[in-house]
Design a protein around this ligand. Sequence first.
Ligand code: SIN
Length: 317
Amino acid sequence: MALMAGIAAAGPIVIKFSHVVAENTPKGLAANKFRDLVKERMGDKVVVEVYPSSQLFDDDKVLEAMMLGDVQMAAPSLSKFDRYTKSLQLFDLPFLFQDMGAVDRFQQSKEGQELLNSMRKKGFIGLGYIHNGLKQLSSSKPMRVPADAAGMKFRIMASNVLAAQFNAMKAIPLKKPFSEVFILLQTRAIDGQENTWSNIYSQKYFEVQPYITESNHGVLDYMVVTSTEFWNDLPDDIRTELKQILDEAIAYGNAIALEKDTEDKQKIIDSKRTQIITLTPEERTQWVEVMKPVWKQFEEEIGKDLIDAAYKANQAH
Ligand code: SIN
């Protein structure tokens, strides 16, 4: 507390918020909204600096940087916490959530909220979830059934569940940071990747990937995290106000996530740079059958009760 009083006397508290996506994405817009609302309401006390597009740190470095106090907030995808907790691997299980409504219901449930605290012992606090959307598969060759992916190299986020998912397809998964994906695709060093419409559009993957299979096989969502030490050291009134503003900014980003998903998909279609492959129910069943055994592989690490709770969220109230 004495330290904080010193910081306040010396000037505003600075929060560096680092992320990897473009500004015109649900996460980019939520982070900017947070910065703007803090400026409007807490101007002389707190300043938020947003660093988009991996300008400050890539996702494979940002959590270490947070531990060192070089960055105070980030919102990595839920797939990128593998090293800190096994519970969040839940979100990578293929075909777990039918739609983003189910993802949201689960995140707001008791179990979903508890997951925000799953890394406390490792020094991180989850402050909320930001949505992006369901993932599609882009590639250099058309893929209608999982056998079409055999032998192809796919970039994945640093998640063992995602590695297992591509191994199940007899494809070759390569863990690479987000900032390298475009160039890897462009130079054909890899054959494909999985991502949301928003990222496929804003990162221009559709310009270098001639095919996108609309698989909706997994979810890409984020957890806003801060370091336990930084958060707990904040004066109580500042912490409370920041949390309220962050909740508002997250609600803003989440309200436009679905809209952006549809809008960016349409822009990709309109570009005519890539062919979108729509699966028949029979083809989709093949993807489910090949990928779903991954659940069993990770059931012990993640916890069956947690998987059941998440699956239940598919039933709308
Ligand atoms: C992100 O949306 O933050 C990045 C996702 C990825 O690494 O593919």
